[in-house]
Design a protein around this ligand. Structure first.
Ligand SMILES: NC(=O)c1ccc[n+]([C@@H]2O[C@H](COP(=O)([O-])OP(=O)(O)OC[C@H]3O[C@@H](n4cnc5c(N)ncnc54)[C@H](OP(=O)(O)O)[C@@H]3O)[C@@H](O)[C@H]2O)c1
Length: 286
């Protein structure tokens, strides 16, 4: 298939480009400044040049805390930009893949969220992404929306890199590293999201899917795995969210069940611990 990946300099987009190429697709990447999804003209020019059958949108304004004070930019990229892309994809008869987030939920549910659960985002980022979902559905019938969460990979800023950096600093000073232990979710490896996405694009089973690695843990649990794997001699201390106030509130429960993928018998997302081991193996090869 001829695939256009938008946002291919980002954490997910860069792996999507590599994984799609490795599975034999004809793949073109586009990112700012060559494309701006907030401009219809810019999207149309790119589509006219590439003539894709499938557009995978990995572009977004992902700075969750910054979105609280830059609402206009958050909605311009995550909502209106996604909507413009959907309209252009529809006009050009392309399939559109779009990514959303666990932050469309408020985190108050007991147990994992399924696709049909009511949404109630508590941050500007979450609100902008939810509006993006609505506009994608309205603009392009042949679209997939994958809600992903707690993403990490080889590129971009993510929790794995942050914890390694902090742990090394704290190990030198002898101070304990405190990590929140009352927010639960599932660390999700970019490469697994790519594999699941590429598995789905040819199926025609358009719609909304939760797409995270299996299992669940707290940020503290994940940090312990990261520090142990990196053999950093730092003392780890669990703490509460209230000890780490952030500009954007985060849901306490971010656990997503890949319910729709499982109903189709197409869920290939491994357990998060297995995925993290695979990530470490891949890192070790470099
Ligand atoms: N990271 C997570 O933990 C997480 C969790 C749940 C869902 N998601 C979703 O997963 C998707 C991928 O996230 P990610 O973490 O890989 O994102 P990322 O690393 O921030 O990459 C996003 C890319 O989009 C580009 N971009 C921003 N505005 C654009 C515009 N107007 N037009 C074209 N490109 C633009 C960015 O360029 P600049 O860097 O120059 O701005 C960047 O290269 C997003 O939809 C995100 O909402 C992420």
């Amino acid at each position: 298939m001829n695939i256009l990946i938008i946002g291919h300099h980002g954490m997910l987009g860069s792996d999507m480009l590599r994984e799609a190429r490795s599975t034999g697709h004809d793949v073109t990447g586009a990112d700012v400044p060559d494309i701006d999804i907030t401009s219809r003209e810019s999207i149309q020019t790119c589509i006219a040049a590439v003539k894709p059958q499938v557009i995978i949108n990995c572009a977004a304004h992902t700075a969750v805390d910054a979105c609280e004070t830059d609402r206009d930019r958050a909605f311009a990229v995550n909502a209106q930009g996604a909507g413009l892309l959907a309209g252009c994809a529809h006009e050009s008869n392309c399939v559109l893949v779009h990514f959303s987030t666990d932050y469309v939920f408020d985190g108050a549910k007991q147990g994992p969220y399924v696709e049909s659960d009511p949404t109630n985002p508590v941050s500007v980022y979450g609100k902008s992404k939810l509006e993006g979902e609505r506009l994608v559905r309205a603009g392009c019938k042949r679209s997939f929306i994958f809600r992903i969460a707690w993403l990490y990979g080889a590129r971009g800023n993510n929790f794995v890199k942050t914890i390694r950096t902090l742990a090394r600093e704290y190990a030198l000073t002898g101070k304990p590293l405190r990590v929140v232990n009352d927010q639960f979710g599932t660390p999700t490896y970019t490469v697994d999201v790519c594999g699941q996405t590429l598995r789905m694009i040819g199926t025609g089973y358009f719609g909304l899917y939760h797409c995270t690695n299996e299992g669940e843990c707290s940020w503290y649990d994940f940090a312990v795995e990261i520090v142990c794997a990196a053999k950093i001699p730092v003392q780890m201390v669990p703490c509460s969210t209230t000890e780490f106030p952030r500009p954007a509130p985060r849901p306490a429960n971010s656990v997503l069940e890949n319910s729709a993928l499982k109903k189709l018998g197409l869920n290939i997302m491994p357990h998060w611990k297995e995925a993290f081991e695979e990530f470490l193996r891949e890192e070790g090869k470099k």
